[in-house]
Structure formats: C-alpha cells, structure tokens
Design a binder for this molecule. Sequence first.
Ligand code: R5P
Length: 310
Amino acid sequence: MKLVTGNSNRALAQAVASYLELPLTDCTVKRFSDNEIYVEVHENVRGEDVFILQSTSFPANDNLMELLILTDALRRSSARRITAVLPYFGYARQDRKSASRTPISAKLVANLITEAGVNRVITLDLHAAQIQGFFDIPTDNLYGAPVMVRDIQENYGSGNVMIVSPDVGGVARARAIAQRIGADLAIVDKRRPRAGVSEVMNIIGDVSGQACILIDDIVDSGGTLVNAAEALLKAGAKEVSAYITHGVLSNSAAERIATSKLKELVITDSIEETDLTKKAANIRRLTIAPLIGEAIARTASEQSVSSLLD
Ligand code: R5P
C-alpha cells in the first residue's frame, strides 16, 4: 500500500504515516507561476493500494484540485485501487438546494472526486450522514465521538456535565455523546437569518448550575458557539466548553473564540492548524491520526471498520 498527501494537512498525513509505520510516498505537488497545480509521483505505484490523505479545507478549491490531480496521476500510473481519505470534506454544507436556482455543490464535488478515478472514500463526521450517499462508491464515514468521549471523561468526568446541541440539526450527534457518558442533553434553538449570522432563540432544557459541553461538527465563524455559550451562561450554566470535529475557523474566528466566554474549545486535527489557532489560549487539539490510520490499515487488509464507529 502507499500513502500519498497533498498540501492540505501534511502534519496529519505525517502522523498517520507514523501510526502505519509507512513512509509518505514521494510526490511533488506544487504550483506553476500561473497557480496551476503540478503533480509528479516519484515512486512506482503500479498495482498498489493507494490512499490519498487530503482535507478539502481552506483554500478549499486549491485543495480539492490537488486531490483531483493527484488521483488522475495515480490512476494513469496504474494504481490498483485509490482511496480518498478526506478527514474534512469541504462543500458538505451545500448539501441541498437552499433556495431556487442554487446548486447542490456537495453532490457535484462527490461526482468530481469519483469521476477523477477515486474508488472509495474514508471521511469523518460528515456534516449530514446522508452525504455518504452522494458518493456512488464505497464510503466510510468515521465518527470523532469515541475520541471526544474519552477526552471528556478524562478532563470533565462522567455525570458532571450536560451535553448541549447548538442547533436542532445537531441533536443526533450530541445525543450520541450524551448517551455514551450518561449525561443529560439540552438543545439550543438557533436561527440563521443569513449565511454566517446566527441567533439564539431559546434553550430547551434546564442548564442552571451545569457545566455545559457544546457538541458540533464544524466551527467556522464561531458565531454559533459564542452565541450559544453566552445564552447558556445567561440561563445559569456554571461554565461552557465545546467539542467540535472540524475547526474551519475562518478569518478572525480563533480570536473571537479566544476572547469569548468559552472555557475551552476542543477541535480535532482534521484541518491543519494556523498561527491564529495556535495563539488562542482556549483552543486545544485532539488528534484523529490513530483513528484514520486504523481505518486505512483495516481497509487495506479488507477488515471491517465498523468497530471503529463504536
Ligand atoms: C451548521 O449546521 C453546522 O453544524 C455548524 O453549526 C456551523 O457550520 C457553524 O458555523 P459558524 O461557526 O459560522 O456559526
């Protein structure tokens, strides 16, 4: 087998390579002067089971294009099977027509990845579980929950916290974690008047005196989290922390989190950290390298990955 990466998250790719005790395949992935992407694979991949680790995170279009071009290079080099390992699948939030005459970009991106020559996909905490069906190839959607539950138990204990979903759409995800640690669940009734802006309308559940932990798949502008934290504290919560799989953290979101009332934001390394996230004192990272590495190892040896979902 071979493990290949583009430029989206080299730190995670290196950590996965260490877990697998497999060196990263020697590839050039660079830009021409007009910003076109150029790829060259410097090792023979004929007949190999190849895994390309690439998050389609910021800059989403560049990272997606690197993935497509790497796939094309590997397919034309006679790789036996190509698996796209997408710790973060960008464009996932565009999973339905949000208004008349709008695209379903998540489906288009899934089609592009498949058409480029990818044979199967491994991803993590898709924004909506049904996006798995956008790929007409075998797709494993791993969960960050087991990693988060372990960390919550170590740092907050079981039974001392209340799990909170920051919106109605995230209830299933938050409930799964609440059940695992035996905690109660509260729900924030969030409205999004327009993209990038969120408002808290109500809190469903009694959070007074509770240490609340918000659970979500994505933190982007940070608005959802910061507003939810303020509303929970106003409703009497003792403290508010958050566990979020994908730290998109666009623009000045990390600063917004750092200056917010959130005690701590825990994100995974599905998206590479920036200088701004490194600087934020209340942002901590949990690695998913062993989870991704194990999923790759089991896929390569045709073993079940379902126990990784427990
Ligand atoms: C929305 O449904 C997602 O699960 C997240 O809550 C959302 O993407 C977070 O965005 P932001 O941080 O910009 O409020």
